[in-house]
Design a protein around this ligand. Structure first.
Ligand code: DAH
Length: 348
């Protein structure tokens, strides 16, 4: 005979099964072949027909009560197993932030390349001086790259740029730019003076890589156009920028040079950062290192973009960004900049 207290005890056993395995054992005890219910079933045949019917119904009720309790408990345990599985598989993406200083090398963050850092820094310096930043396309036409810059087709300066031409349009008319100077033309076309802009970007030349050259490199171009701008403004801007980027001990000087798009033109040099001016191997004993070109915007360039040279005057300059970084950080060979070697990249 099974009474209510037996049923309650059975339910408590089912409810307290802590794992699916324990539950299977309990289920076997209560409902399996050797269970009390199975025994009751076997003895049914001993009863008279009326009593047997009654007893049969009782056994069925009991069985379905226990089966229901087992199924309910199984559902709970299975859900728990799933949650535990999910919890075990979980990836904590906040870990790097929560555990500072632990396993640092294993989760080292990425960083900007030295050239990008240098470009950002140069932009900051010039923005601080009131300049805006402009950009132009890397694929240029003959007009922007040469003609508007006062370099007509037969001009010897064209060959000096070692330009890379594209098979596009008329042969020899479209190229990947060998300098950022064409962006000056685009800025002057897009905007009336006054103009105070820098134009950073990537350039390409058919150069053989060596310690000071890579075929893909970066320049930063500068252009100032306003009323009454003089060569003194150019020299002052260059010195200001030199001190801001290299520090107060490093100075600039301008030496006469020649560029088709400026007149007069100059080469921009800074105090050698290695010997501080006394002369060493890096500066070939001169105490100075050449960094770029500059000058007063040529009247022919103004004419090409429709700016009146009687009303406006201006200066321009162009330096290599990679070269500036190379000088400041005393990097002996420029080619490491493109080597993709983390031992170099992570030093900055
Ligand atoms: N574009 C020149 C070069 O790549 C550098 C340069 C010289 C830029 C004089 C200028 C400039 O703006 O005025 O060699």
């Amino acid at each position: 005979m099974v009474d209510d207290s037996d049923l309650d005890a059975a339910r408590r056993r089912i409810a307290s099964a802590a794992t699916l395995e324990e539950l299977r054992a309990v289920e076997n005890d209560l409902l399996g072949k050797k269970s009390a219910i199975a025994a009751m079933n076997t003895r049914l045949g001993e009863l008279a027909p009326e009593a047997r019917k009654e007893r049969g119904r009782e056994i069925n009720e009991l069985r379905s009560a226990l089966t229901g309790a087992v199924a309910a408990r199984r559902a709970v345990l299975e859900e728990g197993d799933r949650s535990a599985g999910i919890a075990a598989d979980r990836i904590d993406l906040t870990e790097a932030v929560r555990v500072p200083g632990v396993g640092r090398a294993a989760r080292r963050r990425g960083q900007l390349h030295l050239v990008t850092q240098t470009r950002d820094e140069l932009e900051d310096v010039f923005i601080g001086m009131g300049f805006t930043v402009a950009e132009g396309p890397e694929v240029e036409t003959d007009w922007y790259n040469f003609e508007a810059l006062n370099i007509p087709p037969a001009h010897p300066a064209r060959s000096g740029f070692d330009s890379l031409y594209l098979k596009l349009g008329e042969p020899g008319t479209v190229l990947i730019r060998p300098h950022t100077s064409p962006v000056q033309v685009r800025v002057m076309e897009a905007q009336r003076p006054p103009i105070y802009s820098i134009m950073p970007g990537r350039c390409y030349r058919k150069d053989t890589p060596d310690a000071r050259h890579t075929p893909a490199f970066h320049q930063i171009e500068g252009l100032v156009i306003d009323r009454g701008i003089t060569f003194g403004d150019l020299a002052g801007t260059i010195e200001e920028f030199t001190n801001a980027y290299f520090g107060p001990d490093i100075h600039s000087r301008l030496r006469p040079a020649s560029f088709p798009f400026t007149e007069p033109s100059a080469e921009y040099e800074v105090t050698c950062v290695i010997c501080h001016g006394t002369g060493c191997r890096t500066c070939s004993g001169t105490g100075w290192i050449e960094l770029g070109g500059c000058g007063m915007v040529h009247p022919n360039v103004f004419e090409a973009v429709g700016i009146d040279p009687e009303e406006w005057s201006g200066f321009a300059f162009g330096f290599g960004i990679d070269r500036l970084a190379q000088i400041r950080h005393s990097i002996s060979d420029m080619r490491v900049m493109a080597d993709n070697d983390l031992r170099f990249a992570t030093q900055f």
